[in-house]
Design a protein around this ligand. Structure first.
Ligand SMILES: Nc1ncnc2c1ncn2[C@@H]1O[C@H](COP(=O)(O)OP(=O)(O)OP(=O)(O)O)[C@@H](O)[C@H]1O
Ligand SMILES: [Mg+2]
Length: 467
């Protein structure tokens, strides 16, 4: 059976934290245990060394007083403590003269320590057990050997080590939940982001990460939010362009088919107007004028739709902007309450598509006129700015609210009852195709200025782009 152990990110991080901390505690505790037991061992050895030197001294005294029985007594007494394995008096030849273990007497020790002229400590094995031996010199080159077990010392070491292990275990018990709590608290924003990503994956773009900190997590949240906003915008753009391309194709077809009946209606109205005595039939005359105007309006919509759906490259020719602006003004019905001021400097002709630019100027002038229902002033100015001509169309109309400014050049945006919302969109497309730029500034109640920048020479732009 395979167990799928899927740990959450916070569990993994807290697990790593716990393991690292526990290992550190354990290492620290083990080192402490080792140092402690080393200290204890040293203490025991020092104590035994003193004892052995005392035995050596006592044996020496007994020798000088010829108290053989006292020597035996000392040896037996020295071996009394539980941890002492043996106590021996060894001749310089290595023969064991006296020992707390009776059977050892007369045996020989083959060890250089028999010649020790000062106390030394060595480890040895006795009956399979590891022991420590203190060898101290006594009278006439004799040595006293005190062997003692290290089992007690090992016990101390194991005890200290166990204490360390218990400490580590306790630390783990406290640390695991604490670290999980802290880590999951700290990583909560990451979890939130993961959930939000899943949500976005399901197609819901209306999500925002809550950014509470200014650290990397906060930055991540901010980046996520920006990314979502970009995605939302892109999705909107894609939807819109899909819709528009469908509308464009349909519009092109329908507009083409509508043109003929509209022309027929316009011709019929014209014919009727010539045949009817309009001074006698005033009402009929009014109706015919309404039909005429509505046919014109329908025709404008068709022209806009066709312009919008058509993809045509501009035909660049030399264009005199001053006369083109004036000609465009002639194409728009300017009410008497609107004053038009033209401030055109001596500007050179530019390379442009006359018909396209005429569309732009008419659209903008028409918008300006429509923005001044109670009258006002339209100022059209132009000046040369380096390799560009800058044209400004300023009106004193109703102005554009801030929230509408960015939607202005998007297709089908209109605030007018009879508007289609394609005028400025077509303008932007044409200006872009001329490698120019169109911008708008407006203040509600004061007026609007459209600024158009057009290159004088199209080749200059190409060269500039190549560089
Ligand atoms: N000079 C202006 N002053 C105030 N608002 C303006 C001005 N020019 C454009 N607008 C605003 O921008 C909107 C979009 O203009 P655009 O020319 O694209 O479409 P429209 O005039 O509404 O319709 P149409 O497609 O018939 O031109 C207008 O509806 C209007 O709200
Ligand atoms: Mg318009």
């Amino acid at each position: 059976m395979v167990v799928d152990l899927k740990l959450s990110f916070s569990s993994k991080v807290s697990l790593i934290v716990v393991i690292v901390v526990i290992l550190s505690i354990h290492l620290y505790a083990s080192i402490e245990a080792m140092i402690e037991s080393q200290r204890i061992i040293q203490g025991i050895i020092d104590e035994k060394r003193k004892v052995n030197e005392l035995i050596a001294f006592s044996l020496e005294s007994a020798e000088y007083q010829s108290l053989t029985w006292y020597k035996k007594y000392i040896i037996m007494k020295a071996a009394e403590p539980e941890d002492v394995v043996y106590c021996r008096l060894v001749k310089p030849s290595g023969e064991i003269l006296l020992s707390s273990i009776e059977e050892e007497r007369g045996m020989y020790i083959l060890d250089p320590a028999i010649h020790a002229n000062e106390t030394l400590v060595k480890s040895d094995v006795f009956n399979g057990e590891k022991i420590i031996v203190i060898v101290s010199p006594t009278y006439h080159g004799y040595t006293v050997w005190l062997g003692f077990s290290v089992a007690q010392i090992n016990a101390v070491f194991i005890q200290t080590y166990m204490q360390a292990a218990v400490m580590t275990f306790m630390a783990a018990l406290v640390l695991a939940p604490t670290s999980y709590f802290i880590v999951s608290r700290y990583l909560r924003p990451v979890k939130e982001l993961t959930d939000l990503c899943k949500e976005v994956g399901r197609g819901n773009f209306d999500v925002q990460a809550s950014v509470k900190s200014e650290d990397e997590i906060g930055l991540l949240g901010n980046t996520f939010n920006n990314m979502i906003n970009d995605l939302k915008r892109l999705r909107e753009e894609i939807r819109r362009s899909e819709r528009l391309s469908a509308i464009g194709q349909l519009a092109a077809m329908v507009s083409h088919d509508l043109r003929n009946p509209l022309t027929a209606i316009a011709n019929a109205v014209y014919y009727l107007k010539t045949k009817i005595n309009l001074s006698e039939n005033e009402r009929v005359g009014k109706m015919l004028t309404i039909i005429e105007e509505e046919v014109k309006h329908a025709d404008k919509i068709i022209t806009d739709l066709l312009d919008f759906s058509r993809v045509r490259k501009p035909e660049f020719k030399e264009v005199d902007l001053t006369s083109l602006v004036k000609a465009s003004l002639d194409n728009v019905k300017i009410p008497d309450n609107i004053e038009v001021k033209i401030e055109l400097d001596q500007i050179p002709p530019i390379e442009a598509d006359t018909e396209d630019l005429r569309r732009v100027f008419i659209n903008i002038i028409q918008n300006a006129v429509q923005a001044m229902p109670k009258g006002g002033k339209l100022t059209i100015s132009a000046k040369k700015l380096g390799e560009y001509i800058e044209l400004k169309f300023s009106d004193t109309g109703i102005g554009i609210p801030k929230e509408n400014l960015e939607k202005l050049f998007t297709p089908l945006f209109t605030t007018k009852a009879k508007g289609v919302g394609l005028g400025l969109c077509i303008c932007k497309r044409i200006i872009d195709a001329h490698h120019g730029n169109i911008e708008v500034e407006s203040e509600v109640g004061k007026g609007t200025t459209f600024t158009i920048k057009l290159p004088i020479n199209q080749n200059y732009i190409k060269e500039e782009n190549q560089n």
